[in-house]
Design a protein around this ligand. Sequence first.
Ligand code: FAD
Length: 317
Amino acid sequence: MKLTDKLQQSQSTLFSIEILPPLKGKSIQSIYDSIDPLMEFKPAFVDVTYHREEYIYKKRSGGYLEKVSIRKRPGTVGICAAIMNKYDVEAVPHIICGGFTQEETENALIDLQFLGIDNVLALRGDSIKTEPAFVPEPGGHAYALDLVKQIHAMNNGHYLDDDMKDAAPTNFCMGVAGYPEKHFEAPNMVSDLKYLKEKVDAGASYIVTQMFFDNNKYFEFVELCRKNGINVPIIPGLKILSTKKQITTLPKVFHIDIPNDFYEALTTCKDDAAIKKVGIEWCIQQSKELVKANVPCLHFYTMGASESTKAVAKEVF
Ligand code: FAD
């Protein structure tokens, strides 16, 4: 079922989660273990992130170093199929431009369609760790917009091979990313919103936001989107801050602010257990305010931390 239909049919704010594939070598049981405790809240959908390759240097005999490409978290599509089968829940794979030619993207989308996956989150992806900026694959897409256009074309029966006749149209409902605190590469919000609108005009039918800890940033973003003619549902993404390390890593990695009163409460904490408590309480307050504002869905970046997500969901849903 298309997520937009689910959102439209619901009278109240829905609950959804995002999970990461486990590290290579771990079994799928670790995924089930993180989803099981949250099923009582009936997630409207489960997003599964996509992680591209990384390059590492391996020491070989003779002392020379070999550059090796590895994917630490493969399995996005397999996990989607497995959780749809096990839980009868909509699974949404993240599809990225990085590392894919257009043909590989097309073939991946055919697999998804055959598996009965109706929804995808179309993203550019970040640069690989050893590259200072995002480099598109030769023959691949440079921006999420181009990926959205490709999926939209397939939804209209247009595949890459112009000679294909009567190709079956796919039927994907597409989401894209939005940034209440601006994407870090965008020179300003005006420019970022211009490209966000292009993604929506090209066929994206909902937006999931980057995490934020200050609801005003989300409310202002939604207002700006509406003023700029972006009228699709905007799903707020929430993260429960739960370790001391995250006070510095989350702003650095995701280019977001931690509001001062939250920061001050966190810095009085003696250990991670205390931080987790404050993080859960902050997220409960954020969630309650967002629900009151009638947001379509609360999307939790669980990153495997189902215990904290459950603690928040129990208070909100
Ligand atoms: P784009 O929409 O392409 O935007 C990238 C930048 O380019 C922006 O600054 C934008 O303003 C600018 N821009 C856009 N179009 C144009 C254009 N035509 N010309 C010039 N400039 C343009 N990453 C992963 O690798 N795997 C994941 O699973 C994943 N999941 C995510 C889920 C969510 C909800 C979010 C918010 C992010 C996720 N990311 C993921 C991270 C994401 O890939 C990065 O933030 C990436 O840097 C940008 O992706 P995007 O789709 O927003 O890119």
